[in-house]
Ligand binder design. Sequence first.
Ligand SMILES: [Zn+2]
Length: 331
Amino acid sequence: MSAVTTDPGQAPASTEARAVDTDPQRCAPLRLMAVHAHPDDESSKGAGTMARYASEGVDVLVVTLTGGERGDILNKAMERPEIRANLAAVRRAEMARAREILGVRQQFLGFTDSGLPEGDPLPPLPDGCFALQPLETAARPLVQAVREFRPQVILTYDENGGYPHPDHVKCHQVAVEAFEAAADPDRYPGCGEPWQPLKLYYFATFHRARFEALHEEMVRRGLESPYGERLDEWVDNPDRPPMEITTRIPCAEFFEIRDQALIAHATQIDPEGGWFACPRDVQQAAWPTEDFHLARSVVNTDKPEDDLFAGVRDSVVCDGAVHSTVGQVSR
Ligand SMILES: [Zn+2]
């Protein structure tokens, strides 16, 4: 069994992570958890990174908060009545296929998709949906999943959700809550033994520098770039400075796996559509990494990083010795 202790008198800003691990079954592997709102999100954000770490023996778990029941069918080829009538089951099957392709584990937490509200004024969110759940209710299954899986590193969206889907914003909130609460034995009683995750990252996938690099490489090769207009119209929000990219994970050789996993979400992804408008070899040449923002860390690490487990690897000792890492929580 493992035991995690935290100093009860300690302020949260200087959390000490201290784990004693004597169970060889639970020991050794590094563990990475990606927290997502819907099936398909895992394949469009950080998928190459997950595939790479999984190939290196890291235990990777995707946690999917909702079933994606209110997603549209975004691929015309899949617009058939029998698919529409069984969308939740179809999306589960798509998720199972994507998980297999990526070589990761996956767990649904059972909330109901809130849907993307559209119109002016926006319609109210549907009763009982994920985004309307109180924070404690929404975070509870995730806290339990964190305590069971015991990840050192958690990935999720930034506070704006990456894009303004209410489930993505809520996903950010519950992931932060779980990161902060999972180690506290007084919080979420009945949800397992406390566990201190060490690093929390936000995906930084759709950022300007990457689109500029892809655009320039396509133009250089005489290809028609799909990004010109987007870049011309790009306006940074003065109230919301772009997120600092602290961590770039080289994973170009896993872009093909990422693309296959995306295509597995056939109701959501049109193989002829925008996701594949930039040839893979252009991406591999122009921007061969997936990028992240280190939002919280209880281990010491030097930025910029090229490894999500920087500062973690040295501290994970599996012979029953104390794994102890001490650092300031950086924000
Ligand atoms: Zn989503």
